[in-house]
Ligand binder design. Sequence first.
Ligand code: C2E
Ligand code: MG
Ligand code: MG
Length: 697
Amino acid sequence: MMKINDDCQLLKKLGIHSCDDVNRELYALLKNIRDIYCRTNTEQHIILISDAVEQHLGYNSDELTGLSLENLFAEPQDYRNFIEQLNEKGHLEQHQVKLKHQNGDNIWFAIHAGYRYDREGKKLGIETSCQNIDLQKEQQSMLDHLNRITEQTADIVVITDVHGIIEYVNPAFEKITGFSPAEVLGKNPNLFSSDQQSEEFYAHMWSTLLAGKVYRNNLINKRKDGSLYHAEITITPLIDDNADITHFIATARDISDHIRDKVRLKHIIHHDTLTDLPNRSLFLDRLQQAISKAHHHHRLVAVLFLDLDRFKNINDSLGHTAGDQLLQQLGERFRATIREGDTIARFGGDEFVILLDDFDSDSSLSLIAQKILNSLATPFEISGHEIFITASIGISICPHDGEDPETLLRNADIAMYRAKELGKNNFQYYSESMTARVFERMTLENNLRHALERNEFILHYQPQVDARSGKIFGVEALLRWRHPELGLVMPNNFISLLEETGLIEPVGIWVLETACRQSQQWHESGMGFVHMSVNLSSRQFNNSEFISSLQNIIEETGVNPEYLELELTESMLMRNTSSTIAALKSLNDLGVRFAIDDFGTGYSSLNYLRRFPIETIKIDRSFIRDITHDNDDRAICSAIIGMTRSLSLNVIAEGVETDGQLDFLKTKDCHYIQGNVFSPAIPAEAMTKMLADQLRN
Ligand code: C2E
Ligand code: MG
Ligand code: MG
């Protein structure tokens, strides 16, 4: 700022005629005030400007003196407005305008301005004081900005005082909750709290907030219409300079959709889509929980592994849609059969698993298992078809049969297989010996695959004898497996495996070839024609190449086909009747004969006996076993024998072990016998010797 004495000259130059006009005190004051004080002459040229201008606008006060006031304004238009309004009103207060900083920045000022007059009332110029409000402006615009954000944000914003009384709600609040601001301002937020949260929940919330900490959680709130919604909330205490809480700012988001999606997703992840029953993962979870709980309370947990019997037949014959429908109906039926607290899960395919953790004893468990089997007694109706289905159930109990989900499931599964082996449609409790069997089965399966190439199969022969003469008229070739470690393995242990794995076809061909070659060898060594019976599996029989394979074998070995008898089972004949007849006829044309093995155990439809070119019936061993004392078995055997006679068929009694059985059969005129009473199945050399001995006698 100019020095008073030095500048009297300058003031005069500027039209200020008396230095006295400038009050010394004013100078002193001007030096210290923060605002810019400025005076102009009548041409609006600056004649006096306080030092503060340097601090606010970067100019030295001297360099501005003499310049037009307009130079301070950011825009010429702003300056014109300023003058216009000043002229209009005579003075201005808080006129907000941007002034120009020396560095080019524009800075907000609030200007107080008026005209200065001399004693005669003549205008001397403008007098202004300019207050820098740039910071304020910035804060204001920030506040405006913040305000717009809270007003426009999609989330709820609620501001309460320290006592929780609502002071502000944003528009999203009304949109989401249905409450208008007028309805909630001045009130407590418990207006929209539901009773879904416990008192402890709120106590924890308040203790967090009153400790000055941010509180975050999900809770369920109530809308004005009473409906509930899930909210994700954050409450922030607002703390002033004295470290006192003055307000709480709550933001909340309606996450109901998200929760619903999550719940649905969780459901999908844990349930089987077809039946909506729990799936394996949920089942394992619940089983684990049940095991821990049971351990604690010394209770039992049972796992019932259920597999439908012959479900594949339904899929194969009626199609997968029907199969799916059946599974759905089964799911419903099972659900209705078990109690509410029990879990039934579908593991995929036709496997269902049930978890029971509230039963008193094994006997009540048996009742439940039986109830489940019984629930299948009523047929299912699928697209107009009545479908009967049964199931096999394996049961394992914790802790006896395992103390972890995996072991329990595995053992229930093993027991289920045992139930299948025992004829299906029943339930079995797991026992340790079953695992041994499964293990055996597994090693068997692996070894079986190599058995043929390693020449481990051999045939034993069991004589078929005419009881009247005691003469051997034929033999049945019976397969054995000379296992390197297990020794001689009987066919009942591996035939079904051969069938399942398809190995039965090459093995079956080997059996035929070996048996035919043996038969021809005996013939060539002068033992006459020995009837050779060979067992066929259905899989072999249904193979279209079987006939030509057999033809080749007959040609290659040179055997007389009339002495070859193929043993079929009743069930093989029942399936696929017309193609079966054709196959049998063309084989019959080759000269081959047929026998029905295990007669009486299958469908026992007598019809096919006339329709198929059958020569021999073999009465199943099970009817012979008790023939000496069981009247039913006696009656059945007599009936079979009588029937074969009237149809002019041969009949062979299988598995005759005792003289008593033999005597009874003789009285019924059944003279063809196969059984241990004469000889069990024996190796080829032994059989050769037996035939040779017979020849000699
Ligand atoms: P299967 O055809 O009914 O054969 C008769 C079975 O009864 C044989 O059992 C025989 O050893 C046994 N057996 C004979 N007499 C007596 C007796 O007095 N008492 C007792 N307890 N058993 C007697 P094996 O050799 O164990 O054969 C079992 C089944 O395996 C056979 O029953 C047959 O269905 C099947 N099988 C055997 N070899 C073959 C084969 O090469 N191919 C096919 N597909 N199946 C075969
Ligand atoms: Mg047989
Ligand atoms: Mg048999």
